[in-house]
Design a protein around this ligand. Structure first.
Ligand SMILES: Nc1nc(=O)c2c([nH]1)NC[C@@H]1CN(c3ccc(C(=O)N[C@@H](CCC(=O)O)C(=O)O)cc3)C=[N+]21
Length: 285
């Protein structure tokens, strides 16, 4: 039976560390890191995430500035708000909740955020920094996965890692981070010829496809570490991952649950990005 990796507890540790660090920054350097969260439209799931982000900011002492815009906001209006936040010295990180409504081009939004305030790590500048081995802001979800591996004592060096999913948000940056950690990395996707066979090679398997319980027991190499980035609803409307947890935990050596796995880490790393960004903005090493 696999050990269950407690993402909720590890995220709490990260936030505890950040709370102390933020207090020190205020005391010794006289500034408070700030995060602006922009939400366009009224998708109920997005509202929940944004509320959780605000709560996490409060807990660690990061100032949060939330901007909730109507669903029919024009691209020009959103870009104008981003310009204003780029120029605001109290704002160190800017997050525009994705997805944005269809009249708005998400690429333009991502590129409008100044790279020095890109708390999601989605701007091409920061993607390039990661790809060239000199990361500044790293995307929160894959960075959270690396932190989970580290805290669980899993060193990717020399191991075979398989990533299912090639998105800009998770799959691609996850592969970059694993390469930097000296894993041998395979990236699989919807056109992969024999997905199960690829997965069975993995010492570390990371699922980020968005299909409920797709990864089955016979895809897992005995003793592998399985990280589930999925956020889906199952047939009963219950939150579940991309991995069939009940059966895969019988084969894996360690596995993350959904919820309480990768999700809470995403928010913890967002706060870490914001604090690091504030330090850079104020010239604190
Ligand atoms: N610009 C942008 N940046 C994001 O980082 C971003 C985004 N847009 N759009 C939506 C996704 C989704 N996301 C999650 C964060 C935390 C949990 C999380 O904490 N989940 C809890 C459960 C939450 C629940 O019960 O619903 C858990 O897994 O334990 C989930 C999902 C960030 N996203």
């Amino acid at each position: 039976m696999a050990q269950i990796i407690d993402g909720k507890a590890i995220a709490q540790q990260v936030r505890d560390g950040l709370r102390e660090e933020v207090a020190q920054l205020q005391e010794k350097h006289g500034f408070t890191p700030g995060l602006a969260v922009v939400l366009v439209g009224d998708d109920p799931a997005s509202h929940v995430y944004v509320r959780n982000k605000k709560k996490a900011c409060e807990e660690v002492g990061v100032a949060s500035f939330s901007h909730e815009l109507p669903g029919d906001t024009t691209e020009a209006d959103l870009l104008a708000l981003i310009d204003q936040l780029n120029a605001d010295p109290k704002v160190n990180g800017i997050l525009v909740q994705m997805p944005v409504p269809k009249q708005i081009d998400d690429k333009k939004v991502i590129e409008a955020i100044h790279p020095s305030k890109d708390a999601d790590g989605f701007h091409p500048y920061n993607v390039g920094r990661l790809a060239t081995g000199d990361p500044t802001y790293m995307p929160c979800t894959p960075w959270g996965v690396m932190k989970l591996l580290e805290e669980d004592g899993v060193d990717p060096k020399g191991k075979k890692a398989v990533v299912i999913g090639r998105s800009n948000i998770v799959g691609k940056p996850q592969a970059m981070m694993l390469i930097a950690a000296s894993a041998t990395v395979t990236v699989c996707h919807s056109r992969t010829a024999d997905l199960a066979a690829e997965c069975r090679q993995a010492d570390i398997l990371i699922a980020a496809v968005g299909r409920a319980k797709m990864v089955k027991k016979d895809w897992i190499k005995p003793g592998a570490v399985v990280i589930d980035v999925g956020m889906n609803r199952d047939e009963n409307g219950k939150l579940c991952g991309d991995v069939d947890f009940a059966e895969c935990q019988e084969v894996a050596s360690a596995i993350t649950p959904v919820p309480r796995g990768v999700g809470p880490m995403t928010i913890a790393m967002l706060l870490k990005n914001t604090v690091e960004g504030a330090k850079r903005a104020h010239g604190v090493a």
